[in-house]
Design a protein around this ligand. Sequence first.
Ligand SMILES: O=C(O)CCC(=O)C(=O)O
Ligand SMILES: [Fe+2]
Length: 421
Amino acid sequence: MSAFALHDSSSAAYKKARRIHYKTTKNRDSAADADWTPFRTAEKYYKARFPPPSLVNVLDLATLDEERSAEIEAGFWHGNGDTVSIKELDTHGGTKVYSVPSIPGLVVLPSFLSEKEQKSLIKWALRDQARHPNPTNLDVHYAIPHEGLWNMHLRSRKDTDADTVVLPLPPTAQASSAGPRELINNPPASTAILQTLLSTPKPDAQPSPSTKATSASELCKKLRWANIGYFYHWGVKQYDLGRGKAPIDTTMRDICQAAVRAVDWKQVFEDVELDWGDEQDSWRSWRESYEPDAGIVNFYQTKDTLMAHVDRSEVCATAPLVSISLGHASVFLIGGQTRDTEPVPILLRSGDVVIMSGPACRRAYHGVPRILEGTLPPHLHDECDENWAPYLEYLKTARINVNVRQVFPKGFDPSQVGLSI
Ligand SMILES: O=C(O)CCC(=O)C(=O)O
Ligand SMILES: [Fe+2]
């Protein structure tokens, strides 16, 4: 059934979905809903398949840009450009930069990446990053060859006889759950507790005994994340700094630095009272000092969501986190220091960049309650380019997000805590 039929209340699909909805929700305890935090309420609203959410209150900066009208119309879903107070910052060149003053430090650069850059980053993510030496969510359970699942999948498309079956790892005594990111209450990282972080045991995750041999092509759809830069331990939700790091690829580093340099930080922070702790005034040097060194490439299928969370494993609590959206559009929610702050919903489209920075925003709750089905932009539908075909096939049900961070504050010397990194 097309998702769009659900927006027409006279359609048979709508009536059927309404019947199923009433049936499945009639015994639900409505008192439980009353306890939801404002963040949870928003998550539930945007996640719902029925009734489908209205996006009238979702900030959609693409609606302010005539050049994106084809993209918006092709995708059915759209929000509005005036749902929340925004400030357009001065920039050099064509880049548009907006801040959201109600969350100081939140900056959006709609369409920051050209169509060509988007395509090349999509290839970069699937072909070059979701593979050795970067850990992915599937490595715990499968013996994945170093070439990575995507390259195996490409081989199997060219040669149907190619052996691209991936075997499970042998089970060990304790089993752990498969890949999606779990909520664990980790303490916020800081230089003060770095020694504790370093000495926390970081046991290897255990493969699940129920994993079965699966073709690489099937497994590509189960890819959820790949870790870049400093290694992250998902079990304890801390960086595994003792393992060293794989450098962030220079292409990605250049893009993130260009995004940070495109922002006039003075217009974001100069007149805003915030408690920066030891990192007072650090924004003044971000143009020169910002150095991304860790990150996650998130792979979403259209039914996936990312629950409200705070990224607080980085020792530096204020330096920019640069987040790049590719493929399908999504609803992104960002609130405050607890789930009690009502979040601002923002529609993120392919090529958009979000920067979360400063003490009010870098550790704010945020999440992705919905990937918006049918929003793959026309420029990614390149049917003529044979090399693009497998990517287009993958993207028809997917969104990719590259989420890049700076782990240590400017000038911090890891050797002081015995780290040779
Ligand atoms: O997919 C997104 O837009 C956000 C991802 C995110 O918050 C994360 O990786 O921590
Ligand atoms: Fe996050």
